[in-house]
Write a protein of this length. Structure first.
Length: 197
């Protein structure tokens, strides 16, 4: 479980809080967090993943968290395989990615460089990398924002498949309401309050 306990956050020089007294338990399910830019979606993802500290509150988890971002964050001088292995080396574990790469559809391009494959394939490589070191819950911030409609739908379907085949839950932050088609629970943030859509 990933628990947000009394989470509030206010940026410096801001007159109001981006998040206000958020209490929520994320379980092993498919959560879609929708809403326009500037409502606090990325802030919530970053705090939940302990990438940034809240102004007030606490984050507790027994999940191994994986992260996927809007930009693929792949190193251009490394092959897809090397990018995946590097993440595991940083974690000091042996990556288990070949079966996952078959599921995500990138097994055949593991030895290509990021600039030799499409944006959709790069995002699938980023997803594979996030799972290669044993993540069992994924936080993703606008993972289809840089993709065309066709590739975006492929990624949406892939997340649904990952949940079903690998039993991995996730929170997707997005403005794209197509994600709602796979949601177990749809959420939004209004005036700093996290609520069901």
């Amino acid at each position: 479980m990933l628990r947000l306990i009394n989470i509030s956050h206010r940026y410096k020089n801001s007159e109001k809080s981006t998040l206000e007294n958020v209490n929520f338990n994320f379980e092993n399910r498919k959560y879609i967090l929708v809403g326009p830019s500037g409502t606090g979606k990325t802030t919530l993802i970053n705090i939940a993943g302990k990438i940034m500290e809240p102004t007030r509150g606490q984050v507790l988890t027994d999940f191994v968290l994986g992260f996927i971002f809007q930009s693929f964050n792949l190193l251009s001088d490394f092959t897809i395989r090397e990018n995946i292995e590097l993440a595991a080396k940083i974690k000091k574990i042996t990556p288990g990615y070949e079966e996952i790469s078959k599921l995500t559809g990138i097994f055949e391009i593991l030895d290509k460089f990021p600039n030799q494959v499409s944006g959709g394939q790069n995002q699938r490589a980023a997803i594979t990398r996030s799972l290669a070191y044993g993540a069992n819950f994924v936080l993703a911030d606008e993972p289809t924002a840089n993709l065309d409609d066709e590739n975006a739908q492929i990624i949406i379907n892939l997340f649904d498949l990952i949940n079903k085949e690998l039993n991995i839950g996730f929170v997707i932050s997005t403005h794209d309401r197509k994600w709602l088609t796979i949601a177990d629970e749809a959420l939004t943030i209004e005036n700093g309050i996290l609520k069901e859509l």
